[in-house]
Design a protein around this ligand. Sequence first.
Ligand SMILES: Nc1ncnc2c1ncn2[C@@H]1O[C@H](COP(=O)(O)OP(=O)(O)OP(=O)(O)O)[C@@H](O)[C@H]1O
Ligand SMILES: [Mg+2]
Length: 477
Amino acid sequence: MKIRAKLSLLMGAFTLFALSRFSGSLYVFERREVRAQEIKRLSGVADALARVAEESIMSQDDLSLISYTLKLKSSEPLLEYAFVHDGEKYRAHTEKKLVLEKVSPAASAGGGDLEIISFPVSTGGKKYTVTTAFSRRLIDDDVGVRMTQSLRRMLFAGALALLAALAVSAAASRAITRPVLELSRAAAKVGGGDLNSAVAAPESGGDEIDLLRREFNGMVGRLMELDEMKKDFVSAVTHELKSPLSAIDSYLDIVLGEVSSGLKGDEARVKWAEDINYAKQNVKRLHNFIGTVLDAAKIEKGKFEIKPAPFDFSGLAGEVVKLFSGKAAELNVALGADPGFPAAVINADRERMRQVLVNLVSNALKFTPAGGRVLLKARVTDGLDLARHAAVFVPGEKYFHVSVEDSGAGIPAEALPRLFGKFEQVKTTRGAVRGDKGAGLGLYIARTIVEGHGGAIWAESAEGKGSAFNFALSADI
Ligand SMILES: Nc1ncnc2c1ncn2[C@@H]1O[C@H](COP(=O)(O)OP(=O)(O)OP(=O)(O)O)[C@@H](O)[C@H]1O
Ligand SMILES: [Mg+2]
């Protein structure tokens, strides 16, 4: 069922319910009022009779009282009977034959079908009683007739209110469904692969639908970014696979050419060893890249394992510096470990920690121009010093804080929070890359490893001045 139909049904049902409750109470109240008015009007008949009785008694003109009383029945259709008595005899009565007859007490009793209005009148030193009796059935009939008219008016007003409620609900539902339909059309376009489907929305404020529009646009924006990232990733993967493969192919061609050219002896051995070594370096590069992609896949599947054991971190740092020393020299970047690097034993997965350091140092070298420097530092520190970087650090606890500082391109502040996500590469620094482009997975894997050890990783950077990538783990073994 459509929202418009649902809302109309709901509003209609609610209006009907409210109207019936309200009209019910109104009807009971009005009926009571109308009956009270009718009784008041009939009291007027009794009053008039009392006044005539007073006058005729004063003027000792019983005849005018008798004739007034006799005519009363024809002037008031609800009247059953009326009389005036002096305690002994009827001085006047609507039944002619009862005039001057003895008073019957039952006639003043009323009850049952009769509404009796009776009161004493004293005049000229004598006391009289004026009594009028009206038919309750006729009073009720009279009230009923007037209530039917009132009921008709109520029904008419109710129908108008119902129509107004339906019109309001139709307008309200149109106000809701129009933007919802617009959003669903835009969502269908996105579903069909057209990401250029943002809808018009105010920058801030507005109602819930405006909020939904902004969220939708945010989602479309993010999807566009992801699409862009996917394209970058595909091109990075293609590049990372293609360039070492072409290099291997070329070196093998060179060796083949040398074999067929008849190159022999020591000269051949030296040349072939050199070419095969170049080919092997490229196989290693391929191997590393595939390892990175497989690690990311393992993280996705929740099968990325961490096996901690105590080891000396400074030894690992030395190994990594040594591993990259050739590359750093080639790039003319001064790479080294801080002389004050503490010899601390920590409980962590050595191989995984090596992965983290290798990525951080390789990143630093990638983004540091010739003549720059990359420095590995570490210190044991209190959680209080680190608490502003991540909530996992507890003041009073000891942590092993490692940082890799470079004097490279730096990272714009707005890109910092996203760096540790999958496939994230900063566009503005892409031109500054020295060497392999990479796939944007290194920091994602590093974050998973550090967080898997209960620590945290973060970056600090000033554009154009350099960056510091930090991580800290518990120093307790
Ligand atoms: N030291 C740094 N200086 C400047 N930018 C950096 C630095 N380290 C990382 N970045 C930015 O962060 C991005 C993500 O780094 P990450 O290590 O995750 O991926 P990558 O190095 O591009 O590829 P991969 O590590 O998968 O080979 C980099 O592409 C770069 O834009
Ligand atoms: Mg990297």
